[in-house]
Ligand binder design. Sequence first.
Ligand code: HAM
Length: 420
Amino acid sequence: MEKIKSLRGFRDIFGDEVIKFRRIEEVSRRYFSLFGYKEIIIPVLENTGLFIRSIGDTTDIVEKEMFTFRDTGGDSITLRPEATAGMVRAYLDTGIFARERISKLFSIGPMFRHERPQKGRYREFRQIDVEVFGIEAPIIDAEIIWMIFLILKSIGLTEYTIEINSVGCPECREDFKGLIVGYFEDKRQDLCEDCRRRLQRNPLRIFDCKNPVCIEISGSSPLLFDNLCETCKLHFKDFLSHIEEFKIPVSINKRLVRGLDYYTRTVFEVTSGSLGSQNAFLAGGRYDNLVQSMGGPSIPGIGFAIGVDRLALLMTPSMQKEGPIVFLAYLGDKAKGFIVPMIRLFTENNIKFFYLPDAKSLKSQMRYADSIGADIVMIIGDDEVEKGIITVRDMAQSNQTTLPLNLTNLIDNLKRLFEK
Ligand code: HAM
């Protein structure tokens, strides 16, 4: 019988990839708790109107990429292509907005976009979404970037760029639109069909076009960044000065635009060259008018989403785990007596510790240690017990040394050895 396959762009996540996903989630949760974020679980299905109104009806997501259906009652429903719209709806529906002056929320789960699948681009993908409601001051923009920086550092990622920009407010955008419509109008015939339409309905979307000719044309156009109103300019300047206080390396990309219409002022993307064309593995920005445009009071917002599938692509095996794994290889009856004290010692000190009960030979234990990715192997045989030493093997460096077989100082001695 013919096998039934998964849908195009939908994947099973297993093996090492699951470990990477869990690690990203674990580290993120740790920092969310430190920075005062609370979890909220929101639906995967929402009314289609929610996304049209928030993301914008001229965006690629709404025009081409939504999984939209009619349910049996005839209502149009959509599998969420992103989380911010649902987060804002939930923030209003649950009444959180009326109870808290500032809300820091996060949510984790799958998103759905009907895009052409390729490396790092799927039709079902996972996001860790973070939103802050109620702060207009740009210090929060910088605090968010700082949290992102710490999360990536804790995962062990070093090769990436944090790109920042400001897309202004409706007032500066309105003035700017006049300026660029003039610029693009002359070159109208050369623009792609979509951009000709965009020129009429939402000219700023031209900057988001992937067509090489449109990219070239917009390459020499005036920039919104250079035409911000005084208030937006000041907001960005303050944001930047806080970024400098935090000492976070960032790069200003005046051409950075986002594929969603709700953004105002600060926008950012974290990119990596090794991802190819889908190079952003994290993105976000400020949306000061979204809550109000969704029927709520005027409350500013800012947030971001980690593209978990893409971030996992950047992780090497050593980034999958937290802290070193210690394996105890033992031989002989005298050595056996050290197993329980060692289990106690390592687990009490929060160090992952493994051993192989009933092992027959040192060789089989070493093979096992290798298979579980042990970083340090400690060897105790009768010989070691007699001499009062323990052999310590650094698996990555393939070298070994000895330490005194003294459990009171063993952890400190080990740390000293590996800090060198
Ligand atoms: P976004 O830029 O559309 O922003 O998506 C955020 C991240 O999700 C991207 O940088 C990427 O890593 C990942 N992503 C997007 N599409 C796909 C796909 N088809 N396959 C794999 N990964 C993908 C948002 O979604 C905003 N809601 C972020 C935000 C939160 N802004 C404010 N708050």
